[in-house]
Design a protein around this ligand. Sequence first.
Ligand SMILES: NC(=O)c1ccc[n+]([C@@H]2O[C@H](COP(=O)([O-])OP(=O)(O)OC[C@H]3O[C@@H](n4cnc5c(N)ncnc54)[C@H](O)[C@@H]3O)[C@@H](O)[C@H]2O)c1
Length: 283
Amino acid sequence: MAIRTVTVIGAGVLGIQIALQTARHGFDVIAQDISDEALAKAREALDAIAAQMQADLKLGTMTSPPPARARLSLTTDLAQAVANADLVIEAVPENPQIKRDLYARLAPLMKDGAILATNSSTLLPSELAGATAQPDCFLALHFANHIWRHNIAEIMGHPGTDPAVRDEVQAFAKAIGMVPIVLEKEQPGYVLNSLLVPFLQAAAALLVDGVTAPQDVDKVWRIATGAPLGPFQIYDIVGLNTAWHISSAGGPKAQEFARLLKRDFLDKGKLGVASGAGFYTYS
Ligand SMILES: NC(=O)c1ccc[n+]([C@@H]2O[C@H](COP(=O)([O-])OP(=O)(O)OC[C@H]3O[C@@H](n4cnc5c(N)ncnc54)[C@H](O)[C@@H]3O)[C@@H](O)[C@H]2O)c1
């Protein structure tokens, strides 16, 4: 496999997870962000995630000397960050203009033939490819939050992506402990959200229509299908603030759900697992 050095741009929630997961599997990684403040936050996140990874995966110590951390450096210098990268993974905010501006700045800085992958959850590669210097070397490589545990990587090119690039990214994803899934065509929301979003919306409609209690909806789903979690348990994990944001922008039923979330949960400080209470309470 040709990919040896990897740069992650945007050391936020997902970027720092991707950087650490990649370093942990023996790659040299640079994580780049826009300010020293952002990097300070990233360092803190790195410690927290390393500890979580260790506990979840029952790993040996990742500190003193930290082999994965030693392969991972942080910088604000974009040119230096990407000069030697075989693969650049973009994980900046979900705003097409921020992503396009970044790609334009990357154009003269990246090596010829280097691969650029976006981690965007909602934008299609074809919407962004025109802003890149080498559209044939551009695709989406989408990770899920807590990537060391939820280790699926969806790989989605646009019609102009070179199939060899797709293959290299697939091999890379495997090499960092992911289960790579290649999508044969562009699909908004990939496979995961194509299934999850309608599922969660259907659960919300059952609640809004007063059909039965959230806990009973979850019980039906868990017992009848053997799934470990019901939809309202998933809402608590996603975060009720995020659910409120998304529902507020939806149709009439979704907006009714948004009002319910605000009245019964957000206004009472119940944001889901993160705040200790949502549809369920957590210790
Ligand atoms: N959060 C999730 O659960 C999740 C899951 C899968 C995919 N994603 C995708 O990952 C991407 C990042 O999401 P996130 O939740 O990590 O966001 P985030 O806001 O936590 O992190 C974004 C980081 O990018 C930095 N940044 C902003 N502009 C930049 C620039 N021009 N150059 C370099 N860094 C810049 C910010 O300072 C911040 O640290 C989005 O495209 C999102 O759709 C997020």
